[in-house]
Design a protein around this ligand. Structure first.
Ligand SMILES: [Fe+2]
Ligand SMILES: [Fe+2]
Length: 180
């Protein structure tokens, strides 16, 4: 993704994140989710909530895609991924992509375990775990949703949203996600 290309969308989302009615809007949109999915959705920080609502609002015609849009970034766990790591990630992505690649390789090599959650927890809390969460947030959300008994198609859309789209639905999610 090119961060410069969707800068207007990101500015719009930043503006919407300041909206005092954001939480009420999220509660209303979240009515289509199961209780466990809703808890995960509402656990996101204000920016991710505003972003997810913006993406979902463009995908209303397909109920499953709408739910996937609400949940796709819910793996960016606020307890693990701090704002300073997100900003550092974006800075490196834009200005120092090779440094980012080196750090990514380092963290991937240190994250040990069988599943994505076990690998995440094997890292010490801090920037390494934060970077891992940023890199794998789709898989993390998918694993949490799978454990909550979510629909497999929904889980697949969330899990694959950082990768090459596997089908038409995934491509739609990707296209709208990249706008914001
Ligand atoms: Fe994402
Ligand atoms: Fe997203």
């Amino acid at each position: 993704m090119n961060t410069w290309k969707n800068l207007p969308g990101k500015l719009w989302v930043s503006f919407m994140a300041l909206n005092p009615r954001l939480h009420r809007r999220a509660l209303s949109a979240g009515r289509v989710l199961s209780p466990a999915e809703r808890d995960l959705f509402l656990s996101m920080d204000r920016y991710d909530l505003a972003h997810s609502l913006a993406v979902a609002s463009r995908l209303r015609e397909d109920p499953l895609l709408y739910r996937a849009a609400l949940l796709h970034d819910s793996g960016k766990l606020v307890t693990e991924l701090k704002l300073r790591v997100r900003w550092a990630y974006t800075f490196l992505e834009v200005f120092r992509p090779r440094w980012l690649q080196r750090l990514t390789n380092w963290v991937e090599g240190e994250a040990l375990g069988r599943g994505v959650l076990e690998r995440m927890r094997s890292l010490p809390p801090g920037w390494k775990r934060g970077l891992f969460v940023q890199l794998h947030h789709g898989e993390i959300a998918a694993e949490l949703l799978r454990r909550a008994g979510s629909d497999e198609v929904l889980v697949g859309l969330v899990e694959g949203h950082q990768k090459e789209p596997a089908d038409e639905r995934a491509a739609s999610l990707r296209r709208v996600d990249d706008l914001f």
